[in-house]
Design a protein around this ligand. Sequence first.
Ligand SMILES: [Zn+2]
Length: 153
Amino acid sequence: MKSKRPRKPVRSKRPASKRRPAPTRSPRDPLLAPMAGASHRVVGGVTIDIMEAANGRVKRVCYPAGFRWSTHMQPIVKTPLCMHAHVGFLARGHVRGTYADGCEFDVSAPRAIVLDPGHDAWVVGREPAVLIEFDALGQTAARFGLPPRHQHA
Ligand SMILES: [Zn+2]
């Protein structure tokens, strides 16, 4: 029987002083640790853990540094803009975005967020953005009283 060799730690060739800190990848980081009972998936580089919650869901969504919806998700989703409503708590990171009419948003953790459907958004800086989000699948906007897409009354 083959014995498993212990994995060698991955070593960076860059001197320690030049290495980027990677605190968000630490397995000890409770914000990103594996989530018991959640279904886990990765879509367009975005890591999503989903817990069913009665007729809604609680999600932890991690957008990596460099992520932009129109670049990384649009080819998968195929709608011109993200048509999800986002209601939740930005626990880490910095996100900017625009709506079709030119309205902009710029949010940094810690911060509660409410985004209408019909936006593009991207992660600013080198830190991933981590969003704790509540949704109701296709009913999210209606459930939270948001318009079906961004508009002004
Ligand atoms: Zn607007």
